[in-house]
Design a protein around this ligand. Structure first.
Ligand code: PEP
Length: 245
């Protein structure tokens, strides 16, 4: 049985004042029966982890370097995130792929760094609008799955997030049939490649809100969501958690 996961990605948003949202989340969901994760900017990871410490809610990083330490100005390592109290890290978010030119090979290497630091990697994949309209979605995802997920991935150390690039922050959401087709495809690829492929959680991400979450979560092989904008406040994120519970 795969445990559901509601993951929030704050992206480049949040100062210490916004940590009050975590206390509000605790008040609303002190002992959720699904996994709840917030990935704040790295400046807030340690403080956020302290706030969640006494509760079954998790903190993650939004990215990590491939190396453990060294001359990489501005970067953060998986070991540093773990030491700050993170238990998850996003790898391969489309904004990292686009803004920083991250390739599948780099993402696989970052995911391996996450495993080495005992972090669970949430490996993000997804097609662009051109790829969707050109009919190559499943081919694109196959290449990303093959290239971004290390051979050492397991259901325990890896979550796959399907995030169509055209649905992120746009208010556009694929049809439920499109989500079902992709998640079934990802599941088939995972079970073909990994002995525990049926245990990997597959999240949907892209304009998830309280109003559409229940329908999306009813789709087979959707094990939760990776949420951007609607994770920034407890008022918006809480209904998504409730829909998953
Ligand atoms: C994301 O950043 O991963 C995301 C899904 O964003 P949004 O929910 O805002 O579309």
């Amino acid at each position: 049985m795969r445990r559901k996961l509601a993951a929030g990605n704050w992206k480049m948003n949040g100062t210490p004042a916004e940590l009050a949202q975590l206390n509000a989340l605790i008040t609303a969901h002190p002992t959720p029966n699904v996994d709840v994760l917030i990935c704040p900017p790295s400046t807030l990871v340690a403080q956020a982890a302290d706030i969640f410490a006494a509760f079954p809610l998790a903190i993650g990083g939004q990215d990590c370097h491939t190396a453990k330490s060294g001359a990489h100005t501005g970067d953060i390592s998986a070991d540093m995130l773990a030491a700050a109290g993170a238990t998850y890290v996003l790898t391969g978010h489309s904004e990292r792929r686009t803004d920083h030119g991250e390739t599948d090979a780099v993402i696989a290497s970052k995911s391996t760094a996450a495993y080495d630091a005992n972090l669970t990697a949430i490996i993000c994949i997804g097609e662009t609008l051109d790829e969707r309209e050109g009919g190559t979605t499943l081919d694109v995802l196959d290449a990303q799955l093959a290239g971004s997920i290390p051979d050492t991935a397991t259901a325990a150390n890896t979550v796959v997030a399907y995030e169509p690039v055209w649905a992120i922050g746009t208010g556009k959401v694929p049809t439920l049939d499109q989500i079902a087709e992709v998640h079934a495809h990802i599941r088939a690829r995972l079970t073909a490649r990994f002995t525990d492929g049926d245990g990997f959680r597959i999240l949907y991400g892209g304009s998830v809100k309280g109003s559409n979450a229940a329908d999306i979560f009813a789709v087979v092989d959707v094990d939760g969501a990776l949420v951007g904008g609607a994770s920034l406040t407890a008022a918006d994120f809480s209904p998504i958690i409730t829909a998953l519970e």
